[in-house]
Structures are given as structure tokens and as C-alpha cells.
Design a binder for this molecule. Structure first.
Ligand code: FPP
Length: 236
């Protein structure tokens, strides 16, 4: 049986449907989603998770209506401004996972400020996946290795991922009822336990998060070996 996951990643899905069900604009779903981000970040930190990675904006999300895209970046800026003191107090270091190039200037500035001010935090890393796509991340890593004529092996590839120096993803949660990975952390989640729930992200509670951790603790992670081999390994 497994203990606590060191690295939890979440595909936060269902904001739009949450708003639609209440006859609200989609952005109101994202606003409620930002509250869930606060809630789950706090709970993850309380539970002793080392790295929490949240998929907040994919490389494909630019195709959404302009107002929604603008609203999402606005929410991110508000979130970063209001959360900075809490992140510092709770020793949570912010990191960006994704290509910062196309991110709006104001959001970039705010991100850089929070990343700098929370660098060296000791309790948890909060990775925000923004303008992120796993295939692009891998291509970038391979290009870097080729450019500097480095060997291609697991260690060298991992050194060039956005998550370098962080543990691999142990538990990957997706809310909102869909059962797919959507180009998220394809390398880092190679051996992740997958956990899908129908709950829409704005409704996702800290109890729901605890349930996912508890489910994870019941999983037998064999990494390609047999159950008998695992028992032999822990036997005195
Ligand atoms: C997916 O729901 C969610 C997103 C594309 C954005 C996630 C953003 C937030 C949780 C809020 C802002 C983030 C931070 C970090 C403050 P969807 O819109 O695809 O939902 P649907 O499938 O019901 O349409």
C-alpha cells in the first residue's frame, strides 16, 4: 500500500458547466474555481504534499472566446496579488510550468514577483501550469539536449523539464467527469495513479481532496513488478 503522495497534479475541469448550471457567465465559474484553488492549496499544504501542480491554462485555451481568456488572466493576477502574503506565511513556493512568452505582460510581472518572493520556501511547491502543453515541454527538452550535444536518457530529459528537481507525479486527479490527460505532464505522470471524479472543480472540497489521498493510500504501486515481489521487498 502507498503512503502520502509526494506530488499531486490536478486537471481542474468543470468551471464552465458549474456556471452554466447557475445561468451565470463562464467567468463566474472560473472565479469560483479560483476559490477552490485557494482551498485545495491550503489542504495540500496541511497534509504535507511536497508539490502540487494545477493545470490552469493550456496551450489550447487561447482558442476560447477573447473575453474568457482575458477574464482568466485577470483572475490569475487577482489571485496572485491576494495570495502572496498567505504563500509567504505558509512557506509555499510558486513555480510556473509552461512557456511564459505569450502570457500577458501584467500576469507575467505578477508571476515573476510572486515566484521571486516565495523562492526558497520550505513547505510546498505550487506549480501553476500556464500556457502549458506536455508535448511542447518534451520537444523543448529534446531540443536543448541536441543543442548542447548531451546524451538523451531519463535523467538528462528530466533535468530539462519545467519540473526539474521535483518528484514525479504520484497522484493525478481530474475533476468534472472527463477521463483523459489532455496533454498534461505526460512524462512526469508516467507512473501516476489516476483518479477521476464527477465533481465540478468549483465544488471540489477539501474533504474530496482527502478522499483522493485516502484512495491513493489503498493503491498498490507495482512499477511493473508483481505483488509477491513487493511483499518480499518489505519482509525483514
Ligand atoms: C476548465 O474548466 C478550467 C480552466 C480551463 C481554467 C482553470 C482556471 C481556474 C480554476 C481559475 C483561475 C486559476 C487560478 C490559478 C487562480 P472548463 O472551463 O473547461 O469547464 P467546462 O468543461 O465545464 O466547460
Amino acid at each position: 500500500m502507498s503512503d502520502l503522495p509526494r506530488h499531486v497534479a490536478i486537471i481542474m475541469d468543470g468551471n464552465g458547466r458549474w456556471a452554466q448550471a447557475r445561468k451565470l457567465e463562464r467567468i463566474e465559474g472560473h472565479r469560483a474555481g479560483a476559490e477552490a484553488v485557494r482551498r485545495i492549496t491550503t489542504r495540500a499544504r496541511e497534509r504535507g504534499i511536497e508539490s502540487l501542480t494545477l493545470f490552469a491554462f493550456s496551450t489550447e485555451n487561447w482558442q476560447r472566446p477573447k473575453d474568457e481568456v482575458r477574464g482568466l488572466w485577470g483572475l490569475l493576477v487577482d489571485f496572485l496579488k491576494s495570495e502572496l502574503p498567505t504563500l509567504i506565511k505558509n512557506q509555499i513556493g510558486l513555480k510556473l510550468i509552461g512557456d511564459p512568452g505569450p502570457i500577458p505582460t501584467l500576469a507575467q510581472k505578477q508571476l515573476n514577483k510572486v515566484i521571486k518572493r516565495t523562492a526558497g520556501s520550505t513547505h510546498m511547491t505550487l506549480n501553476l501550469a500556464l500556457n502549458y502543453g506536455a508535448k511542447a515541454e518534451l520537444i523543448h527538452a529534446f531540443e536543448q539536449l541536441k543543442k548542447y550535444d548531451q546524451p538523451i536518457d531519463e535523467t538528462s530529459v528530466e533535468e530539462h523539464l519545467y519540473t526539474a528537481d521535483q518528484p514525479p507525479v504520484d497522484l493525478l486527479i481530474r475533476t468534472g467527469g472527463e477521463h483523459r490527460l489532455s496533454n498534461f505532464l505526460l512524462w512526469q505522470a508516467a507512473y501516476a495513479e489516476l483518479y477521476f471524479v464527477d465533481t465540478l472543480w468549483p465544488d471540489y472540497s477539501d474533504d474530496d481532496f482527502d478522499r483522493a489521498l485516502s484512495d491513493f493510500s489503498q493503491r498498490e504501486r507495482r512499477f511493473g513488478r508483481t505483488s509477491a515481489q513487493l511483499i518480499d521487498e518489505v519482509a525483514p
